[in-house]
Design a protein around this ligand. Structure first.
Ligand SMILES: *Cc1c(COP(=O)(O)O)cnc(C)c1O
Length: 505
């Protein structure tokens, strides 16, 4: 049974039991990096050092401050995630077992079934019916999942266009994109989106669509939302096939591209008319689907209707809080999986289909791969729906407390603001807080000054052509009562120090 009040205390004692250091301040120290750099072995030793000396070298010289934790609870850079205890322990077992989860061999190993079950548990967590998502797999992360998404989408939109011209037998996987587009009488494949993660363009490059295929169709004044008129115009162009990529949510602001089932239904209808594919990049935002109780329901609303998509990207090493490298990809189009990913002529790699499970090598990028499903299986089993709801809620609670502090401070400006009242603004904060200092001279140094505290780590970004500072809360141990005093102290000190050294300037 999960109990919110003592979860963190219990973790500390559990960690002690397993002889692991609790998570503490693990901010990298500048001088250590310099020492580590000079101590790196420069050439392959002819006679090895032996494992003891090699490990000693790593512990003493490369990562002396590393204490077995991923990072501290006051690390708010990027969206990195932490590690739950169950996830951490299972990850050690993955190394010990050294399974290659590649071919479904039901008489020999349970690994592929654990993987499939972990994915169906994940679907349940996110309130997706596992039966609807027949193509599901673990990836190295959201970037790889976006590659899978665009690869499946590319196959689908060409097959749709070719079928409409009486050529249902066309496959990009077989013919390649140039020949398949010719047969389908398609001159261009476009990816329509609003404020995408940079990995979407990379994925477009990888699957042969090109970065230039990614086109923004955001609303003026609210670029994260779809301009449906613009979208309808582009999607209806002759001899053009379309993939719509939905950012849920956007990494700089935490804002969602759609705001509920109605918009997703509109999108679905439009895409069905034109044989287009809807891909959701929900790397971390997809976890807002857990937030269906007050005061978090506006987040939940943004995620309603995402089940109408064709495919969805999610990261497990972010808000699911399992170790790197772990992302997931789910698609409704089970048949497309083998059109895109099947290894042809490798009879020794095909296997029986007990429990209707597809061999991982035929539905994703890798052949040999790590048993990355096990930490996910472990952590979902250990904490369940309530445990995860609590973790996500605590992270949102902390982010909103930071946003409130920023909002109430005359020297800071919260970004971007579309709502009118303070309550509305705060109810739209997910796990990201973007802000800047009003004094542009301080603003230029703000991120560095916060990091120089060595107590709180944030990352810098740009907003409206000016520097901006971003808190990204993504560690499950986030705790408003425990973490806010430190954050307030650091931000207030940055302001006080600035004022005392820049009086009258
Ligand atoms: C982090 C992130 C990605 C990339 O994920 P990786 O796991 O780093 O590959 C893609 N999209 C969004 C929205 C993200 O936040």
């Amino acid at each position: 049974m999960f109990s919110r009040t003592n979860a963190i205390d219990r973790l500390a004692s559990e960690i002690a039991k397993f002889n692991l250091e609790p998570e503490q301040n693990a901010l990298p120290q500048q001088q250590n990096i310099e020492n580590a750099r000079t101590s790196l072995i420069s050439h392959l030793p002819v006679t090895g050092l032996g494992h003891e000396e090699a490990i000693e070298h790593i512990r003493k010289e490369i990562a002396p401050g590393f204490n077995g934790s991923s990072r501290s609870s006051t690390y708010y850079g990027f969206v990195t995630g932490g590690i739950t205890l169950a996830g951490r322990l299972a990850d050690n077992l993955v190394t010990a077992y050294d399974q290659n989860v590649q071919v479904h061999l039901p008489e020999e190993t349970i690994a592929t079934e654990v993987e499939d079950r972990a994915l169906s548990l994940l679907c349940e967590l996110l309130d997706f019916n596992p039966e609807d998502w027949g193509h599901r797999t673990f990836t190295t992360g959201a970037t790889a999942s976006n590659v899978l998404g665009l690869a499946c989408a590319r196959e689908h939109v060409i097959v749709e266009a070719a079928s409409a011209r009486g050529r249902p037998d066309i496959s990009v996987g077989d013919l390649g994109i140039v020949a398949a587009m010719k047969c389908a009488e398609i001159d261009e494949i476009q990816v329509l989106t609003t404020v995408p993660h940079s990995s979407l363009s990379k994925a477009a490059s990888l699957v042969g669509l090109g970065r230039a295929s990614v086109k923004l169709v955001g609303l003026e004044g609210a670029p994260h939302r779809f301009d449906f008129a613009k979208l309808a115009k582009l999607i209806g162009m002759p001899r053009v096939a379309t993939i719509v990529a939905v950012s849920a949510s956007e990494v700089n602001t935490g804002l969602f591209a759609t705001n509920g089932r109605d918009e997703m239904e509109t999108l679905r209808k439009l895409c069905d008319i034109h044989g287009a594919w809807i891909h959701i990049d929900g790397a971390f935002g997809i976890m807002a689907r857990l937030l269906n109780t007050a005061p978090y329901t506006s987040m939940y609303r943004n995620c309603e209707g995402l089940e109408l998509a064709d495919s969805i990207t999610g990261d497990c090493h972010k808000l699911l809080n399992v170790p790197y490298d772990c992302g997931f990809f789910i698609s409704r189009h089970r048949n497309l999986a083998s059109s895109v990913f099947q290894n042809p002529n490798a009879a020794y790699l095909s296997a029986g289909g007990i429990n209707d499970i597809l061999s991982p090598l035929n539905i994703g990028i890798e052949n040999s791969r790590r048993f990355r499903a096990l930490p996910v299986y472990a952590t979902l089993t250990a904490y369940g729906r309530e445990g995860y709801r609590d973790m996500v809620e605590r992270q949102v609670e902390l982010a909103r407390a930071i946003a409130e502090f920023v909002l109430e401070n005359e020297e800071f400006e919260l970004l971007p603001i579309f709502e009118k009242t303070k309550e509305e603004v705060l109810s739209n904060i997910f796990i990201i807080v973007l802000f800047r200092a009003k004094d542009e001279r301080l603003n230029k140094e703000l991120v560095q000054r916060i990091k120089d505290s060595r107590k709180v780590y944030v990352s810098g970004t740009a907003w409206d052509g000016k520097p901006a500072c971003r808190f990204a809360v993504s560690n499950w141990i986030a705790d408003k009562e425990k973490d806010m005093p430190m954050i307030k102290t650091v931000l207030q000190k940055v302001l006080d120090d600035w004022k005392s050294t820049n009086k009258g300037v």
